[in-house]
Write a protein that binds this ligand. Structure first.
Ligand code: MG
Length: 391
């Protein structure tokens, strides 16, 4: 299989400059469209910087997702280095030919990739735009989104943040497939039906690209318009080093594409979040179990003993360890009627050392003996007296 490619980019009828850019490299098997934004033509710099970095990275063997992350860094660094470029950003929708006639599509922003297969047109990418998210959430209809005043607001772009989330779509190519990479200057001017009609009518990819740009201009040409048309035709591939499919991408099921025609766009983000959550839980469960066991053991150790001491001149029985352990403070079990003044000096010394017991009954026995001794106050002194023997 080889690719036949046609491309056209146009300023449109309203804008002063063209901030879109595209990249076609048949030998690298790389195609991309970027739609730059930013004041004073900074958008031109953003889209060109991103595609230059993308090309350099893919040429040196960097996987497409990392290549886009590096392109994001390149745009960020450029905007930070020059005040007139601050706040610039760009979309990128790119495809690289990977082994097994698979096109690996990487996508950020509201440019799009369409696939025409067996006469049916479907969107491969999902717009990262405010209105499309509202449509997906059921808060707007596609008709309302098409005329929404904030339809150009995008929710993901290169050059905004150090972290970039990239959608990846592996697409198993068939002979006869026609792909269209385009900026929103095409899709805000033409409905999918109008785009599909041109794709079906015209065979030469370069003429298709030119016709779509002309039709978008006829419809108003309110934004820059960029179209890259890629036909999969029979013949030897010109791609010199098709990239291996990255591990995180499952090999595409060719029949899955057909099954999805006319269906809702895929939701890779939700799937990825679900997968990460599941993986995190699998790791977390044993950790939680061990922590719970440790906490339980510490609690059992901290709380299993009793001790008796003098608090505010009264003999008090506590549950726990003197001074507490592992965050568990001892709690008062009983405040007895015994006062420290009723105890012998030796008993008071014992209690200063916070006498501990391994069970409540042992502690109670001790308190009973202490109370009994206190009821015989002279006992301690009588032990030293010699019984008087009558002469
Ligand atoms: Mg645009």
């Amino acid at each position: 299989m080889r690719l036949r490619i046609g491309a056209k980019s146009d300023t449109g009828r309203i804008r002063e400059g063209n901030e879109d850019a595209f990249l076609v490299d048949e030998r690298m098997g790389l195609v991309a469209v970027a739609d730059g934004m930013g004041g004073h033509r900074a958008g031109e710099v953003a889209s060109a910087t991103a595609l230059e970095a993308l090309r350099a990275n893919v040429a040196s063997g960097t996987p497409i997702r990392d290549a886009i992350a590096n392109a994001n860094t390149a745009v960020l660094e450029k905007s930070e280095s020059d005040e007139s470029l601050q706040g610039m950003g760009t979309t990128v929708t790119a495809g690289t030919v990977a082994s097994g006639d698979t096109l690996l599509v990487a996508h950020v922003g509201d440019s799009r990739l369409y696939l025409l297969r067996d006469g049916a047109l479907r969107r491969v990418t999902e717009d990262h735009s405010l209105v499309e998210e509202l449509v997906r959430d059921g808060q707007l209809t596609p008709e309302q989104a098409a005329v929404h005043p904030r339809r150009s607001v995008i929710t993901r772009a290169l050059g905004v943040d150090k972290e970039i989330e990239v959608d990846l779509h592996p697409l198993a190519l068939h002979i006869g497939d026609r792909l269209v990479f385009c900026s929103d200057g095409l899709t805000t001017m033409l409905h999918d039906d109008q785009i599909g009609a041109v794709l079906r009518r015209e065979s030469d990819p370069q003429r298709v690209a030119a016709q779509l740009v002309a039709d978008a201009n006829k419809a108003g040409g309110e934004d820059n318009i960029t179209v890259v048309v890629v036909d999969a035709v029979s013949g030897d591939s010109l791609v010199e080093h098709p990239a291996p499919l990255p591990e995180e991408v499952e090999s595409p099921d060719p029949s899955a594409v057909d099954a999805q025609q006319g269906a809702e766009p895929k939701r890779p983000r939700a799937r990825r979040v679900a997968r990460v959550t599941t993986r995190a839980l699998l790791w977390a469960l044993p950790v939680i179990a061990v922590l719970a066991l440790a906490v339980g053991t510490a609690g059992w150790y901290a709380r299993r003993t009793y001790f008796v001491t003098i608090t505010d001149e009264r003999v008090v029985l506590y549950k726990g360890r003197p001074g507490g352990a592992f965050g568990w403070d001892p709690t008062v079990e009983t405040v007895t009627d015994l006062r420290s003044s009723q105890l012998t000096a030796a008993q008071r010394d014992d209690l200063d050392g916070e006498l501990t017991f391994s069970s409540r009954s042992e502690a109670d026995d001790y308190l009973d003996r202490l109370a009994e001794g206190a009821r015989r106050p002279s006992r301690s002194t009588t032990t030293t007296t010699v019984p008087v023997v009558a002469p």
